[in-house]
Design a binder for this molecule. Sequence first.
Ligand SMILES: [Zn+2]
Length: 196
Amino acid sequence: MSKLYFKYGAMGSSKTAQALMCKFNYEQKGFKVYLFKPKSDNRTIVDGQAVVSSRIGLKSKCNEFDCQDDFFKLCEKYDIKGEREVIIVDECQFLTKRQVNELKDISLNMPVLCYGLLTNFKTELFEGSKRLIEIADSIMEIKSICKCGRKATVNARLVDGKIATSGEEISIGADELYESMCYACYKEKLENQNKK
Ligand SMILES: [Zn+2]
């Protein structure tokens, strides 16, 4: 029986590269892979075509979804039937709870692999990630390293070099606005900036 997978990691943990390598691997074995990403990420439209691209240079065309989309309908639209087919979702933290529920049902017929962040810059679970933790059949952490060498677990948002602790969950901006760090470094930086 196929499964719903959740593979999460902090920013810069090569999640997207791993999603693309997974796609390549399935395709080599003759599977058809449908790659999805949320529409909110508008940095990766190339010549009008949505593209998933990783920092280490891998990229692939993809389909987009927004929070209104119904994955059963998307399966009809793209003629996804399940036989030797796979769905991969990048930036899956932006799935809604309802969409994760849909993917869970779809995963009864085909593998569904979701790659994304666990928590937002306030160290709170994203809606999609929370639901995936609750109902995914397989949960795997993709590890990355803090400057100090410990495991990075916090996705800090930096505004003018300072850690932000409030604001909207989604801000349109460049990657350099975020830094993944371990909780000890996060707490230390937060305390230092509050002293000033
Ligand atoms: Zn650290």
